[in-house]
Design a protein around this ligand. Structure first.
Ligand SMILES: Nc1ncnc2c1ncn2[C@@H]1O[C@H](COP(=O)(O)OP(=O)(O)OP(=O)(O)O)[C@@H](O)[C@H]1O
Ligand SMILES: [Mg+2]
Length: 398
């Protein structure tokens, strides 16, 4: 995950950094979690590696055979009972270990048909692995390079929305929704959300996905092309930032290419965060879909619909869209679009600038194509807090 800045602020035994964290780590909940985690421990010797299936910024994933029955927690005598699994091996950097811990913690609590199933973990330093359900349909990013079957867009979009609704109801936020983090089952059409390495627990005040935060979650967490403007520009954010990232995945499902694919990651972040731009939609996009995208990528985060509503919308679309619009969605190669990227209309509420910058805060973000030189010019005209964020984007993106 090339653009993640810092490990998720999950509380985790052995990772407590403050008195408050340590107290929390000794809570009943944490002790209960440790118990569950110990039950989920898998020995490295019980895994037979077959081949590499994927690679991310913080891990490499392999197809393997697991030789343990999780329910019995004992080795099986019969080789027929071996199970194919995916083993995500954390790389050895400190950040990867933090993400591994966060992911173990999150997955221990999750069970949903559209979330990758968790079998357990391996912790044999320096080797740390997650043992997951193997999804032999691969990831959505790769899948969209090939023709899709009928019904794919609505089924995949509805499934991801359902996983998000489940997470948000539990005050969890994924924070790295993108096509590479959506896997497909062997039926090729059932999506499974994965990669919970930067997921976080939302503060109490944000139980509703549209609530306000009392605590400022770590900015610039996720992957720039899919990242909500408020996350890029270091504003408070909540579960609705996942909804924005979801809109980028919906865009991929329609066009079969990444959002802002004519720009670098930094330029994409600047376009969405500073210029209020969104990737261009094909002129032929059916109205219900373009309206839905307008809502899910709204600049004002409180205007985005909650995931529960999206689940209903996709279910209804299956029955209510006219045949020509269904046929449009079912186009095997999608609708690639190279129209120019346009800014959204002026948001109802302006971006909040920090108090000491408010006098100089521009009403709209700077215009123009950003690049190494243009960025510096652009940064002169934006509040210090935004420019700091974008400078850091620039440092990381080149
Ligand atoms: N359970 C699985 N079944 C099949 N393929 C998988 C599985 N888990 C991961 N992969 C493959 O490995 C890739 C990377 O996995 P994942 O996103 O979990 O790793 P990461 O290091 O956290 O990646 P990132 O760069 O997004 O941080 C996925 O995009 C997918 O192609
Ligand atoms: Mg990933």
């Amino acid at each position: 995950m090339q653009h993640v800045m810092s490990p998720a602020p999950f509380r985790w035994l052995g990772r407590a950094s403050s008195k408050e964290d340590m107290e929390d780590d000794l809570s009943d909940e944490a002790m209960g979690a440790r118990h569950i985690e110990d039950q989920m421990r898998i020995s490295f010797d019980d895994l037979a590696f077959i081949r590499r299936v994927g690679h991310g910024g913080f891990s490499t994933t392999y197809l393997a055979e697991l030789n343990v029955d999780r329910n019995e927690t004992r080795k099986l005598a019969s080789p027929e009972c071996k199970q194919l699994v995916a083993v995500k091996v954390a790389s050895w950097e400190a950040d990867s270990l933090g993400q591994w811990r966060s992911e173990v913690y999150a997955l221990t609590k999750l069970e949903h048909r559209n979330i990758v199933r968790y079998f357990g973990f391996v912790a044999t330093p320096p080797m740390h692995c997650l043992v997951l359900e193997y999804c032999d349909g691969g990831d959505l990013c790769e899948r969209l390079k090939h023709p899709i079957p009928p019904g794919f867009v609505l089924k995949v979009a509805g499934g991801i929305a359902s996983a998000l609704a489940y997470l948000h109801e539990r005050r969890l936020m994924h924070r790295d929704i993108k096509s590479a983090n959506v896997l497909l089952e062997s039926d090729g059409i059932t999506p499974k959300l994965t990669d919970f390495g930067v997921a976080t627990v939302l503060p109490d005040q944000t139980i509703a996905p549209h609530g306000h935060n009392s605590r400022h979650l770590t900015a610039e967490t996720g992957t720039y092309r899919w990242m909500a403007p408020e996350v890029i520009t270091h504003q408070p954010y909540s579960a609705s930032a996942d909804i924005y990232s979801f809109s980028m995945v919906l865009y991929e499902l329609i066009t079969h290419h990444a959002p802002f694919n004519d720009r670098s990651a930094l330029q994409a972040a600047a376009a969405a965060g500073l210029e209020n731009k969104r990737p261009p939609l094909p002129a032929s996009t059916p109205k219900p879909l373009s309206e839905l995208l307008d809502r899910t990528w709204a600049a004002e985060r409180l205007d985005r619909p909650p995931a529960t509503q999206l689940v209903i919308v996709f279910e209804e679309m299956k029955h209510s869209l006219p045949p020509d619009e269904i046929a449009w969605l079912d186009a095997p190669d999608g609708h690639p679009c190279d129209a120019p990227t346009l800014p959204l209309p002026q948001p109802k509420r302006k971006l909040e600038a920090p108090a000491n910058d408010s006098a100089n805060a521009p009403e709209t973000a700077s215009q123009g194509i950003l690049g190494a030189g243009a960025l510096a010019q652009c940064l002169e005209h934006v509040p210090a807090r935004f420019s700091e964020a974008l400078s850091r984007c620039f440092m990381k993106a080149v």
